[in-house]
Design a protein around this ligand. Structure first.
Ligand SMILES: Cc1ncc(COP(=O)(O)O)c(C=O)c1O
Length: 437
């Protein structure tokens, strides 16, 4: 093709050659592809991170909507400020105070879900070839954004106490030695998606210290912090450090994702740029949903409602762990103290991605660990979500999953003679019989 000739494209897409280079990173995530399959009613989906919105009394939302329309209809239906409604920003401070954060409503920028805050932040900070450090594994759709801005994601390992500070130090040193530019650390310290673990208080201090001394900005993403099942988790990292942390929050998990309302709390200079980027992207976040949520927060017992959600998710988590213990006792998994996810480790010989079609055939869906790594790792892991399915569905789903895993191990033993199955079965009976549906 000459410089002046039009794009040739291909049979499927005549504009194939015209897309910007950055779109190469915009691959459909494995989670997205799964949603289509897993939404069939006969499939028990342990895949998505959808909150159980049915636990939210609808009349509370309807009441807030009616009141907004009756009293402030013309404002609700109009464009608004690029930073968000001032009254809502004040209320967001109350929400964040529950996690130890003190800030000014001036430094809050309301966004279309925290997903949009991730997008805006990435737009502000990432140049092609920059490095974003993230936990390994990390939130899949954040990595899609980082990739779309042509960053390389460098995964730092975690353990049951969260990101490992020593490993972070090593990664930073290695990246700097080879001349890479590190733009920020993206972290989900509390009830991690997908690993379900929580960064300890001591590690929060240590990681902030490392980032401060290395001049690395921290992007703290915290959708799940208020959904704890027992003791409160450690206070947010933003409660310790103000200048070096941009904090992201959302109403998606504590209220409902359909509002598409999240926010960023950022140091002044970054906040200014975030507002400009927000205006450039959407002019203003939805006035209607901001006013409805603001009304809900001022009228309803929202703290009590979050308590109700905690009870729902605690029961589901306990059901999931009990079912894992019953059907897959040889495997290991994380025990989250809050949030939505359990991270399951499979026997070495299994591949969670390759096993997925068989699982869906057996009417259970999960997210393979590979979705949560930018570098192809995670084949030995599965993310199980307990947020949406009922306890009965969770029990059925885990039973089906155990059958699938048992079947895969049987196959391997038959054809490869690994002996892994007999090792795994030592100390307990065989996997459950195949027809448990
Ligand atoms: C870690 C994390 N960050 C951000 C989001 C995006 O949330 P929302 O855009 O609904 O606020 C999610 C959603 O699941 C998430 O798990």
């Amino acid at each position: 093709m000459t410089e002046s000739s039009p794009a040739q494209g291909n049979n499927l897409d005549p504009w194939y050659d015209s897309y910007a280079a950055r779109t190469a990173g915009l691959a459909a995530s494995e989670v997205r592809a799964l949603f289509a399959v897993a939404s069939r009613p006969e499939v028990v989906s342990l895949a998505g991170g959808m909150p159980y919105v049915s636990a939210l009394p609808q009349e509370l939302v309807t009441g807030a909507m009616d009141k907004v329309m009756a009293e402030r209809g013309p404002v609700a239906l109009q464009y608004g400020s690029g930073q968000g409604v001032p009254a809502l920003r004040e209320q967001i401070l109350e929400v964040m105070a529950l996690e130890g954060i003190r800030g000014s409503a001036d430094d809050v920028v309301v966004t279309t879900g925290s997903q949009h805050a991730l997008e805006l932040f990435s737009k502000l900070f990432i140049d092609p070839g920059d490095v974003v450090i993230a936990e390994g594994p990390s939130y899949v759709t954040a990595m899609v954004i980082f990739n779309s801005y042509q960053a390389d994601v460098d995964h730092v390992p975690m353990d049951e106490h969260g990101l490992i500070p020593g490993a972070l130090r090593e990664h930073i040193a290695r990246l700097k030695t080879v001349g890479r530019r590190i733009k920020f650390l993206y972290t989900i310290p509390t009830f991690h998606n997908p690993a379900g673990v929580t960064l300890t208080w001591e590690r929060r201090l240590e990681i902030l210290e490392i980032c401060k001394s290395e001049g690395i900005l921290v992007l703290e993403d915290n959708p799940y912090g208020l959904l704890y099942f027992g003791d409160r988790p450690p206070a947010a990292m933003r409660s310790i450090e103000e200048e070096g942390v941009v904090y992201l929050g959302t109403f998606s998990k504590t209220l409902a994702p359909g509002f598409r309302l999240g926010w960023a709390l950022a140091p002044h200079a970054i906040r200014e740029k975030l507002i400009l980027a927000n205006e450039a992207a959407v002019l203003s976040p939805s006035s209607f949903t901001q006013l409805v949520v603001s009304e809900y927060l001022s009228q309803a017992d929202w703290r009590g409602q979050i308590d109700t959600f905690r009870g729902v998710y605690r029961e589901r988590k306990e059901t999931m762990l009990a079912a894992l213990q019953e059907h897959l006792p040889e495997l290991s998994w994380t025990n989250p103290n809050g949030g939505f996810y359990v991270w399951l480790t499979l026997p070495e010989s299994l591949d969670s991605k390759a096993m997925l079609p068989r699982a869906v055939k057996e009417l259970v869906a999960y997210t393979p660990g590979t979705a949560f790594y930018a570098d192809g790792n995670g084949r030995q892991n599965i993310r199980l979500s307990f947020c949406y399915p009922t306890p009965d569905q969770i029990r059925v789903g885990i039973r089906r999953l155990a059958n699938v895993i048992g079947g895969e191990l049987d196959l391997l033993e038959t054809f490869a003679g690994t002996g892994e199955l007999s090792q795994l079965r030592m100390g307990r009976g065989a996997f459950p019989p195949s027809d448990l549906r």
